[in-house]
Design a protein around this ligand. Sequence first.
Ligand SMILES: *Cc1c(COP(=O)(O)O)cnc(C)c1O
Length: 380
Amino acid sequence: MTMIPYGRQSINQSDIDAVLQVLHSDWLTQGPVVPRFEQQLADYCGAAHGVAVSSATAALHLACLSLGLGHGDTLWTSPNTFVASANAARFCGALVDFVDIDPTTYNISIDALRQKLRSAQQANALPKIVMPVHFAGNPCDMAAIAALADEYGFSVIEDASHAVGAEYQQTKIGACRYSDATVFSFHPVKLMTTGEGGMLLTNSGAIREKAARLRSHGVTRDLDGGHGDWEYRQLELGFNYRMTDMQAALGCSQLQRLDDFVARRHELVARYRQLLQHPSIALPETTEGAYSSWHLYVIRLLDGIDRKRVFERMRESGVGVNVHYIPVHTQPYYQRLGFHEGDFPQAERYYSEALTLPLFPDLTDEQQEYVVEQLLQAIS
Ligand SMILES: *Cc1c(COP(=O)(O)O)cnc(C)c1O
């Protein structure tokens, strides 16, 4: 039996044709399609600039560097995320700390953030950057985070790896109305794909310029040092974090389909909601006034149901359930940095009950009914 995965890409003939067109052209990388993709996604989100890169991890790293994060600085993020969110700060030599989650949205808790900021101010240890993560595609309360950013003077990077196509206060995530930069991932399990890939969105010309330069070795061609037309100048130590034109062509094509992808996810979520009325299953809730992109459909198994057993039984029957996320502070690497189990109890409690069910645009109604049937059997 082939496994129904928890998430997967949807590729159609137009996607394939778009990539083939680049393969027949003069440029496989650093051609005209990357800037086109950047412009199209920035326009879609209502942001001034897009900087396309090789992954969201690279985009998070560049966002941190462009905001000046370095040794002696601290970044705060949610423990309920993929390790890349926290790692981005470690790449810059900065310290990481976490803020516990809200037990209803599984996003960073605004109350916990406010309290932690108050104590950090007294200890003269305020963060330079706070990185909220729009978990499962459900937007964080960005207005509240921006108000705290004003009060305490930190920068904000949205890790929107789950949230391209989502909206907050009738504005697309990526507009950066309440943040300095927003980062998307185009890994195949995310909402739209370029194979590997990511993008940084910002309204700041300075952040755009710095991130674009660091993406390509810290080199610029916009400087006349008197050499001649071949001249390039390395101004700082950068990376090769470039996206190829083949990837960007797939991105442009997928962007045309994004709204349909998210609409289908909403349909499937409405069906899960109907099919999963069960006293021992907690269904996910979304932030008031927000439109989730529904990257993940995470339920919680209550009343002491053995999550591991349910997971194994469903995998055996061909349902590729998953778990998002093992709290980052409990990873061996972060434990070595001084974090302990028990540090962020809401995230740990959530993790002990969470189970991610399949959700992706090409999931059929019949497959979904099979998933529900297997789940209800596994918990009975
Ligand atoms: C997937 C993911 C990333 C990393 O994305 P890549 O494109 O694979 O580098 C970062 N943060 C979160 C929350 C993610 O889900």
